[in-house]
Design a protein around this ligand. Sequence first.
Ligand code: NAG
Length: 241
Amino acid sequence: MLSRVAAVIVLCLGCVTAAPGPKEDSLNHYMDLVMDNVQVLIIENGFDPTPLPNASVGFSDVVLGVTWHGEADMYNGWLRGLATIHRSGDAEFLRDGNDVVNGISATLSVGEMKGHYVLLAQFMDLGPIADLVMDINGADIYFEASLDRSRCRFHVTIMEVTHIGSISVDITGLGLLDWIVEIVVDFVVNLMRSFIKDIIEGVVQDLTNEVLDDIDLSILGPIIGCDRANPFIQPGRPVVS
Ligand SMILES: *[C@@H]1O[C@H](CO)[C@@H](O)[C@H](O)[C@H]1NC(C)=O
């Protein structure tokens, strides 16, 4: 897995250094290659499809003057599509007050995701097992990484889900318990929104750092102003030793 990451990165450094300066075009290319590697890690680490946590939601109804409580249990869940994460906006260098490159930013997106749960609804003496299918219309992410000059590597500082597209839920097989559909849909939509946000800002951020950590940028020293052998070098500035 690590050797695959390294192979792509060598290619990438070639293309970035071929540019005369810190061109944002080559930066787009660099980010694309980083995201290609993140996609591979997401799949290799078992996050596409990713298992969904078991969950349950309660409900109640009054039957002949008596309040009855029921429960809908969701299990065997999975979500597919996280590995479609890609750069969707221009990557840009971040610069400090002296115009020295100190990071990169980009907009990322996850494409359409699909999910599934088996739903067991229990109410009075009813216990239908239903099928719950979800379609999630993508997600957008704001990404920033800062340049760790001492190690000459980027490190993610912000990986924030800024938008999750519409989520449609289709439940079949509830039979007489069809009246709980809305309760289950509201519950599972909220569950998916927080699950997707958490997994991107947690797991996907960690995997992105794993990729960035494998990229030694020393060869770009003159462009981005870092050099492992000489960690304090800055472009256009005398070297402090
Ligand atoms: C989820 O629920 C199923 C069915 O009850 C059970 O077999 C499984 O062990 C549960 N998984 C977890 C992670 O609790």
